[in-house]
Design a protein around this ligand. Sequence first.
Ligand SMILES: *[C@@H]1O[C@H](CO)[C@@H](O)[C@H](O)[C@H]1NC(C)=O
Ligand SMILES: *[C@@H]1O[C@H](CO)[C@@H](O)[C@H](O)[C@H]1NC(C)=O
Length: 383
Amino acid sequence: MHFSHSLIFASLLACASQVAAVGVVGKAFGFAVGTTGGGSATPVYPKDIKELVSYLTDSSARVIVLNKEYNFLGSEGKVTEKGCRPSSNTCPGKGGQDAINGANWCNGQPSISVTYDKAGISPINVKSNKSIIGLGSSGVIRGKGLRIANGAQNIIIQNIHITELNPQYIWGGDAITIVGSDLIWIDHVKTSLIGRQHMVSGYAASNRITISNSEIDGNTSWSASCDNRHYWALLFIGQGDRITFAQNYVHHTSGRSPKIGGSGSGTIMHAVNNYFYDNSGHAFDIAETESGRVVAEGNVFEKVKTPLLGGAKFMYAALDATVNKLCKPQFGHNCVSNLLKSSGTLTGSATSYLGLFKGEVSPLMAADKVAASVKANAGVGKI
Ligand SMILES: *[C@@H]1O[C@H](CO)[C@@H](O)[C@H](O)[C@H]1NC(C)=O
Ligand SMILES: *[C@@H]1O[C@H](CO)[C@@H](O)[C@H](O)[C@H]1NC(C)=O
């Protein structure tokens, strides 16, 4: 009797702690420190795609829990229209990527007919004060992206997988768009099979962003570089954005991993302890005619053909003890060297802008620990 009572009591306790455990895990660090998302709002479990959209777009602070797949494919129908075959597609029908006519991009390119899913090109406009979290590895949004825009702020996206946004087409959709915002924390998110950008910010200022422990999976059957690797992975071109990019796993890409720029005050990025793996083109691309500026420390580049495509003028890459010391006044520590394995060269010793990073704090490990740690922790289903 006594024994069974305590068993019941123990299982009640277990239930209670499970309920209490539904929420954001950990706290934002880096530039987006202080992001609280939906805070302590009672968790809601959207029953279908319609309810998911309604929770994301209403004006209440919300903790939105995804415990299944939300499949938007076909929900808005399909479109057949004129797109094009860009000159980059040297392998049509054999792993190349054709284009939808986004932003009049097809001007002057040979025209072809394209058929795509409409939901993929119109993301959900997420409002302020939301936490969007997945349970285990079950939280999937298929066929539609998220867009944080027009002043929406204080948003946490954690432990979800966004996938299948018309991957066969350039301009087929972006997984996460941030434009005109503040305090965004993207953590343990996986993105895969995306037509255009896995993550993009700009042009309007989005201020403080942290992207951590996330997996950018560029493996695709429709590659602009004709080699099963996604080219348009990460583009950050906001004016006045401060981005912490930490402990992410960026793999099987062929370019723009990431591209950084922006006019006016541009985008500054602290890239720390990321694992860039198997990139047949370039990782960092920092336009010298724009205002993007990067501090890269403790990252691993493995099988990355070109770690930095030009832009050394706006890159501070920790590589040796003498240069690493220059970080200390801003970061409070000597920067940690990056590690290059079977990769091209990384250069960049610009220090004039290090003061812009003063006060930004991120966890930091030695580069030789990064590959194993990031592979074990980054992406969905790992918290
Ligand atoms: C978000 O939450 C903060 C703090 O509770 C509140 O001041 C603000 O008005 C909210 N923003 C919106 C757009 O609801
Ligand atoms: C890429 O995806 C295909 C299809 O899912 C899979 O068979 C293949 O193993 C993946 N390749 C890599 C390198 O992840």
